[in-house]
Write a protein that binds this ligand. Structure first.
Ligand code: AHR
Length: 341
């Protein structure tokens, strides 16, 4: 009896001990599993991104690049806003990022001017601002930390230098050349830079005549409309400089509908910008003569910049993405297959 009792006492003791141990370590275990994501969440860097819109294939690729970079796995919490081409929407988005006390603000300014006040507000809130794709025109350079994007003036110059070479090759270097330009969003860095770069090369050639330049908002529909007007106004267009691929697609439609032909064997030489896959296919088939690349894959660059800022390192004022020029000679099947956008 006594032995039985002491046996059950021992058993009860062991059981109690196990319960206590379970409570101590078991609950710790459950807590850990439960709490781990919360701790991680606290460590995540919160980034507010104001994308200017979704006007082009390039823009879609740029958005994807940002969304693929600022993931939970990479340690980020991304708040993304699409401003649908309106500066007022971007201003609203940036102000909401400030009131949410994000760690960084990234934005692609639809136009260059009109940002001083909101950038000052971000500065006062101690939130670093990183420009993506396009620039802002502000006197106080301390209003943004850095800028990741393209050298638009260089892109415009590349187009000009390509045309120079092409005309020489065809033996037309001294002959009159009539050019029309389809321009992107008025006041945007890409429009300003590409126009400046190309016209500076054009100004070196007396025989180049820029008959007209008109804004077509970087969209295919507007590109077609504006090109139609040009074709009605001018009978003798030799060259179209279209500041992005979407406008080029529209312009080519308008040219074909007017009975004229484009590209390597056509009546009108086509210079385009961006180099999205559909356009590169048209370069390969000879419908577009040259495509000056504008690289939308800026997410990885932005990650690196934030890493540097987090480490307290000094960042440059500008980071330019790598870009190429494409003609029928270098658009290979491999390149087309690799192109994800
Ligand atoms: O700012 C970059 C330009 O904006 C791209 O060339 C164009 O496609 C986009 O809409």
């Amino acid at each position: 009896m006594f032995r039985k009792r002491s046996y059950s006492l021992v058993m009860t003791g062991i059981l109690m001990g196990m319960i206590v141990l379970l409570m101590m370590f078991g609950s710790r275990l459950f807590l850990d599993i439960d709490e781990e994501p919360r701790v991680e969440e606290e460590k995540r860097i919160v980034v507010g991104v104001s994308q200017l819109g979704s006007e082009s294939g390039w823009r879609t690729a740029n958005t994807e690049s940002v969304q693929n970079a600022f993931t939970t796995q990479n340690g980020y919490f991304l708040i993304f806003n699409n401003a649908r081409q309106k500066q007022e929407n971007q201003l609203k988005a940036i102000r909401s990022f400030i009131s949410q006390r994000v760690d960084y603000i990234i934005f692609s300014p639809v136009v260059e001017t009109g940002w001083e006040t909101v950038l000052q507000e971000a500065k006062e809130a101690g939130i670093p601002v990183i420009l993506m794709d396009r620039n802002v025109d502000v006197d106080d350079q301390s209003l943004f930390a850095t800028c990741v994007g393209s050298d638009f003036v260089a892109e415009g110059e590349k187009a000009g230098r390509w045309l120079e070479k092409e005309l020489r090759k065809r033996g037309y270097a001294e002959e009159r050349v009539n050019i029309v330009m389809l321009m992107g969003t008025e006041g945007s860095s890409s429009q300003i830079g590409r126009t400046a770069g190309f016209t500076s090369v054009a100004s070196e050639h007396e025989s180049w005549h820029i008959l007209d330049k008109e804004c077509a908002d970087f969209t295919s529909i507007k590109g077609k409309e504006v090109m139609r007007d040009f074709l009605r106004k001018y009978q003798d267009i030799d060259v179209v400089v279209s500041q992005n691929d979407d406008m080029t697609f529209g312009a080519i439609e308008a040219i074909r509908e007017s009975g004229r032909t484009v590209g390597v064997d056509g009546d009108i030489v086509i210079l385009s910008f961006d180099a999205v896959r559909n356009a590169l296919e048209m370069v390969a088939s000879g419908d577009i003569n040259v495509d000056i690349e504008c690289n939308p894959n800026q997410g990885e660059y932005l990650l690196r910049v934030i890493d540097m800022l987090e480490a307290g390192e000094q960042v440059e004022r500008r980071y330019y993405v790598e870009e190429d020029i494409f003609t029928i000679e270098n658009v290979t099947q491999e390149l087309l297959q690799e192109r994800t956008y």
